[in-house]
Ligand binder design. Structure first.
Ligand SMILES: [Zn+2]
Length: 355
């Protein structure tokens, strides 16, 4: 019996899953990314797109687990000051909105370091197993390359068209002003809205649609999707879809994950359910309460044919999106003068707005 136990222990040491630190794959991931052998032109472009989007506090080598530029939207994006952000709130169409808009730290990295350093040397086989695991966790850039039909950052560079997108609404503070500015300039945009906010401000959702804009699904309560269980992830998408369908008459095909963050299993689920993931390749950084000049500068500096431009129409009470609103007119004037036309995301990508 004792001998059998010893044999089991030895086998255990040699098998990857036994006692393998859960955090290690994340550490390996960045190095795996840097040594990716088959870098195609497309993958290089994808990497560049993400690199162009500043990642607030983390390095760009942790793309798969860090909030991309949109994190701002969210990081700084608290919506209801009287409601404490909830990490455990199970979203449902009828529940009170409790949005998880707190800035995200990098818990995985901070946990991974000490955890790994405490471990004794591991058998070679074990390390090899971990490398295999890490290679399965693709970065966002790699996911874009692997699922080009599902994961979009921009439209065709052959057409001088751009799409304005506004996240984290609807609210009654800035979204109506954004709509006023778009109407004054006769431009249609795409709004990635939160289910919880749509529940709270249904009239604003209806105004968005009545004025010819397109609605996309930005989850129910702005959770970091890769951290969620399968059920909670699907609930974030489906509960929002139900709310929106009842308000606007169609189930949006476009999904923008909070922080732009998503994992491969979730991408597969989205692909199987005929949605599209739409991130961006131009980040205004407007969530930082920038002046209109700064917002304008950030956008004009990065915009090229086919760009999808990230801005916000909602945020925390502490956030001032006046710069976003004031920049809309000059931005449209300048880009039109440069020969650009403004289209919605479905028009830019030549897809339907509904599922
Ligand atoms: Zn957001």
């Amino acid at each position: 019996m004792t001998k059998r136990l010893w044999s089991f222990s030895i086998v255990c040491l040699l098998v990857t899953s036994c006692g393998a630190p859960l955090t290690k794959p994340y550490q390996d991931q960045s190095s795996a990314q840097h040594s990716t052998p088959n870098v195609t032109q497309t993958s290089m472009e994808a990497s560049r797109d993400f690199a162009e989007s500043p990642f607030p506090t983390e390095g760009s080598n942790h793309l798969s687990m860090l909030p991309p530029a949109s994190m701002p939207s969210s990081s700084a994006l608290p919506i209801a000051p009287t409601r404490a952000p909830s990490h455990t709130h199970a979203p449902s169409p009828t529940s009170t909105p409790s949005l998880n808009l707190k800035p995200k730290s990098n818990p995985k990295r901070s946990v991974a370091q000490p955890e790994a350093s405490k471990r004794p040397s591991l058998p070679v086989q074990k390390n090899q197993g971990q490398v295999r695991i890490s290679q399965k966790k693709l970065t966002l850039s790699q996911l874009v390359v692997k699922y080009p039909e599902t994961f979009k950052l921009r439209g065709s560079s052959q057409e001088k068209k751009v799409a304005l997108t506004f996240d984290d609404g609807p609210d009654t503070r800035f979204t109506p002003k954004v709509l006023d500015a778009l109407k004054a300039n006769q431009v249609k945009a795409t709004f990635f809205v939160l289910g919880a906010m749509a529940n709270t401000h249904p009239d604003v959702i209806k105004r968005i649609v009545n004025e010819g804009h397109v609605i996309g699904n930005h989850s129910y309560s702005h959770e970091n999707l890769p951290k969620l269980s399968v059920d909670k992830f699907q609930n974030q998408i489906e509960s929002t879809e139900t709310i929106l369908q009842n308000l606007i008459g169609y189930a949006p095909r476009l999904i923008r994950p909070p922080y732009g963050a998503i994992n491969e299993d979730q991408v597969k689920w989205i692909a199987n359910h005929h949605y599209l993931i739409v991130n961006w390749n131009v980040d205004s950084l407007d969530w930082k309460s920038l002046s209109s000049d700064q917002v304008l500068h950030n956008i004009l500096q990065q915009t090229k044919p086919g760009s999808i431009i990230l801005q916000h129409s909602g945020g925390a009470d502490s956030q001032d999106l006046s710069g976003t609103v004031q920049a809309i007119g000059p931005l449209i004037t300048k880009l039109k003068a440069a020969g650009y036309t403004f289209v919605t995301v479905p028009e830019l990508l030549h897809v339907t707005k509904s599922k």
